[in-house]
Design a protein around this ligand. Sequence first.
Ligand code: FAD
Length: 333
Amino acid sequence: MSTRETFMNEPTRSFEAVVVGGGAAGLAGALTLARARRSVLVIDGGQPRNAPAQGVHAYLGSEGTSPADLLARGRAEVTSYGGVVEQGQVVGLKRTEGGFAVEREDGSVVAAQRLLVTTGLVDELPDIPGLAEHWGTGVLHCPYCHGWEVRDRPVGVVASGPVAVHASLLWRQWTEKVTLFAHPGRTLGSLEREKLAARGITVVDSPVEAVLSEEGGVSGVRTVDGSVVAVDAVVVPTFMRSRSQLLVDLGLEVSEQKMGEHVMGTYVAADATGATAVPGVWVAGNVTSVSEQVIGSAAAGNKAGAMINADLVMAEAERALERARAEQGAPAL
Ligand SMILES: Cc1cc2nc3c(=O)[nH]c(=O)nc-3n(C[C@H](O)[C@H](O)[C@H](O)COP(=O)(O)OP(=O)(O)OC[C@H]3O[C@@H](n4cnc5c(N)ncnc54)[C@H](O)[C@@H]3O)c2cc1C
């Protein structure tokens, strides 16, 4: 990411709004802006968080659609109203007199009056052999996204984060066959053990050494004591790190998302409309809320798009008033 004060090139194009990131949040924001007859450019790196998943679940009206199809439909909807969607990586954002300059990896620069940053987050996995290969298919984090698909089947939860006990109890709603595996640095309290046992959740105190595969899917886990436990899916709490460097370069701060004393991830704070502490910059989706799902991210993008339009409307009205008063020889406000 660029932290340069100056960009190599001058802007070659100008938009009323530039959206950085074309996932659900960004495209929903762009759709609202395009339908509000705003010139809007979406620049998207093409790495949505749920890319490895087979379907987007709990998205009303499009249940189970593949993530790629949902976004392709979103891009088509944005362009059908005159919005521009381009593949690319934004490497720098800078404030200018008229708004912002947006620099891409190829050095090209576009000007924007307002920014909507929807760069999402990165799930950081614990370093366990075999885990990353199955991320999003047999290695899961969210029961609302994947629970139905593994209902009644054996599931192993890795106690790698503060929410592991909570996660085990949650997944128990979808299957009676939940095993919680210990992880270095996480000691289970006696009350936690009692509660897990009361719900029929087995606790294995030897930590997971590797996730095992068969025919391309997860088949079990091997623990450090050499035992193998057969499971069809592994649940792992991830560290949810917001993709926030561009916002930091604009002067915004990154906050820690905590559960009790435990840090679960990071986010860039905004108000309920997505407005950040930097005037002219809005955020939506996972970059500002680690728990937001696709429908919530789209809703937040939709709201931010409307607020950006309203902000532009008010600025235009102010300028029109100034011009009108100047023409009438009235004193400036
Ligand atoms: C495995 C998995 C399965 C999931 N399943 C579901 C599910 O079934 N239902 C559900 O509701 N939620 C699901 N989720 C959650 C869902 O992925 C997120 O809620 C959603 O993707 C958030 O949308 P977003 O627009 O904020 O971010 P993203 O979808 O992550 O989109 C961010 C976009 O910004 C782009 N970007 C980032 N930085 C830059 C940059 N510098 N320049 C240009 N572009 C950039 C990225 O490439 C990406 O395309 C799942 C998550 C995971 C990990």
